[in-house]
Design a protein around this ligand. Sequence first.
Ligand SMILES: O=C(O)c1[nH]c2ccc(F)cc2c1NC(=O)[C@H]1C[C@@H]1c1ccccc1
Length: 232
Amino acid sequence: ILGGSEAKPHLKPYMASLQLDGQHVCGGFLIAEQWVLSAAHCTEETDGKVFQVLLGAHSLTEPEPHKRLYRVRAQIPHPGSNIHNNKDDLLLLQLEEKAELNEHVRVLPFQREDRDVAADTVCEVAGWGTISHSGRRPNVLYQVERPVISRDVCNHRTRHDHTITEKMMCTDSRRKDTCKGDSGGPLVCNGVAEGVVTAGSRVCGNYKKPAIYTRIAPYMAWIDSVMASAAG
Ligand SMILES: O=C(O)c1[nH]c2ccc(F)cc2c1NC(=O)[C@H]1C[C@@H]1c1ccccc1
């Protein structure tokens, strides 16, 4: 997160850290007791290794009473996701067991109505991603508020040049922005998850390259069917 601030501990109890060998790789968030939503690109350089999911954390390094690392039973990237573009950049992770819900671990509802969030709506995004242009990695959760920008502005030739589909959305990236390591985390607007930070590599904090999110509502049927088919 660039230009943001340390999150108030445990005010985002839905946040997940996807880890490999104890290292944070990407963000994610709890959409059901046994399911975390993240970004498919985050599995690219993991050569088939399975993530572990840290829930209930504020600090990645300090011991905290409600922090718990969960094993993952299944990792399901959206079938349309691929390494060449940002399309369908979603990843569902089924935890080995239901997460123990409490003040520090909670499910975040996602938007089920497929309608664009109005431009200029101020949303918030959090993560353990880089907090400086030099690539400094925080050990605590950071957050930042960002206004939504219209798809037309985001698709401008000098911005993302018509690559933003109706299943994506953008936020202004002038100074305050998401960055590497924040991918997979939720864009929360009025208390509801509207988007997932895409994990395609992009420059951060440059107003000419707005942040891109996968909108969640268009994938409601896929999410529900995966969770229903693997239930039990
Ligand atoms: O965050 C992303 O956009 C992104 N996209 C990917 C694609 C493949 C992939 F193997 C990883 C990623 C990845 N995450 C990262 O590189 C994480 C490791 C780096 C990081 C940054 C800040 C703080 C901690 C760790």
